[in-house]
Design a protein around this ligand. Structure first.
Ligand code: 5RP
Length: 219
């Protein structure tokens, strides 16, 4: 099985968690693209979706799935999204696809976060994948120096502007042993829009794809 086939497998497995008649929170990325394609088979059985990116919105609409604005929804029963890394407690690094801010907004609306990922995303400690941080442009240098002070090397992601019109810093070299504390700390730095640490909005369940099937992780 290729990595892409494994992603498709976990995406299909996520369909059993979709509440009939519900509005589904939908993330962003290659694994979620498979989920959106699979969700199309349930199109008549759901009320619609709230999307975390322009790319996911376009794909959902392309399948004829109704897309609602996050601001028009009070609560979602389920949010389905991928991850760049997931630790043994369901804490994640996200934002490899630059959609971290809207992903966190939609995750915040949801009562349940279902992570779909291939096994390469499973780590003991977060930080091998560079931590994405969406920032206000004029604060990027100051935030870079703040990361230096805690042992991180921040690099501006070249040629990328988020759906919100901001740059992204990718921070290398962090060993994130306390994701909740680091997320809270970075959130206080002026100019940070969103840090791609999902500790407060951790996964409740992860469907982890392996060559021999889908492993279910509860957090
Ligand atoms: C996008 C994300 C994605 O969930 C993450 O990058 C994983 O992507 P993929 O499913 O393509 O491996 O956080 O901002």
């Amino acid at each position: 099985m290729t990595q892409d086939e494994i992603k498709a497998m976990v995406a299909r497995a996520a369909l059993t968690h979709v509440p009939p008649g519900g509005i589904i929170g939908v993330g962003t990325g290659s694994t979620v693209n498979h989920f959106i394609d699979a969700l199309a088979t349930l199109r008549e059985g759901i009320a619609g979706a709230v999307s975390s990116s322009n790319a996911s919105t376009a794909r959902l609409r392309g399948h004829g799935i109704r897309v609602l604005e996050a601001g028009d929804v009070e609560q979602l029963a389920l949010y389905v999204d991928g991850a760049d890394e997931i630790d043994p407690r369901g804490h994640m690094i996200k934002g490899g696809g630059a959609a971290l801010t809207r992903e966190k907004i939609v995750a915040d609306l949801a009562q349940f976060f279902l992570c779909i990922a291939d096994a390469s995303k499973q780590v003991g400690v977060l930080g091998r994948f560079p931590l994405p941080v969406e920032v206000i442009g004029i604060a990027a240098n100051r935030i870079t120096r703040r990361f230096e002070a805690i042992g991180g090397r921040a690099a501006l992601r070249q040629g990328v502007v988020t759906d919100n019109g901001h740059p992204i810093l990718d921070v290398h070299g962090l060993v994130i042993t306390d994701p909740a504390a680091l997320e809270a700390e970075i959130n206080q730095w002026p100019g940070v829009v969103t840090v791609g640490l999902f500790a407060r909005h951790h996964a409740h369940l992860c469907l982890l794809g392996r060559v021999d099937g889908v492993q279910v992780l509860h957090f």
